[in-house]
Design a protein around this ligand. Structure first.
Ligand SMILES: CC(C)(COP(=O)(O)OP(=O)(O)OC[C@H]1O[C@@H](n2cnc3c(N)ncnc32)[C@H](O)[C@@H]1OP(=O)(O)O)[C@@H](O)C(=O)NCCC(=O)NCCS
Length: 151
């Protein structure tokens, strides 16, 4: 398994995963194309044997950065890949001179909340009814930026 920059030829596979993992509000292929075209974005895929197992997107404009997305295929979840991707994202944000990273997460997303807790993200506020079906968004921040040793 290796991490490498996301390119246009990964988009079909990424989009399939996106639809599985975010059934209510999946990004379109056009959105990924648009994201890849923007100089403030860094997208990375985790690849094994030609298959995309996970991906993340970072918005970085120092000193600010945001997790645009982070996802791991259902088959590969629970084995530390999410943490590996988040470490890579933080490393990239540091390389860009960023001092903090922000994100929004569904309040009912236990796996993601567990991941962010391990990385000591703090909840800043809650945006009520932010997602479809009245689900709240928790706005979180990691400051200062810090990678976490795999458990
Ligand atoms: C969130 C996500 C990226 C985590 O990926 P992963 O590869 O499973 O992550 P890891 O194996 O590194 O585990 C991260 C933590 O989540 C916990 N976890 C995994 N599945 C869980 C579940 N269903 N419920 C509660 N905690 C869970 C793990 O125990 C681990 O916690 P720990 O660090 O305290 O041990 C993955 O679940 C995913 O892609 N989900 C769908 C997309 C998504 O919601 N992305 C985040 C949007 S904000």
């Amino acid at each position: 398994m290796k991490l490498e920059p996301m390119r246009w030829w990964h988009i079909d596979q990424v989009h399939e995963l996106e639809q599985q993992l975010f059934p209510v509000d999946a990004w379109s292929k056009e959105q990924f194309w648009s994201e890849l075209a923007q100089p403030t974005r860094r997208y990375v895929v985790a690849i094994e044997g030609g298959s995309v197992l996970g991906y993340y997107g970072l918005f970085a404009l120092a000193p600010q950065s945001d997790v645009q997305t982070i996802a791991v295929s259902p088959e590969a979840q629970g084995r530390g890949l999410g943490a590996q991707l988040l470490n890579s994202l933080i490393e990239e944000a540091l390389a860009q001179g960023c001092e903090q990273v922000m994100l929004e997460v569904r309040s009912d997303n236990a796996a993601a909340l567990a991941l962010y807790a391990r990385f000591e993200f703090e909840a800043l506020n809650v945006r009520a009814d932010y997602y479809a079906h009245g689900v709240d968004a928790v706005v979180m921040r990691q400051k200062p930026l810090k990678m976490v040793v795999a458990s």
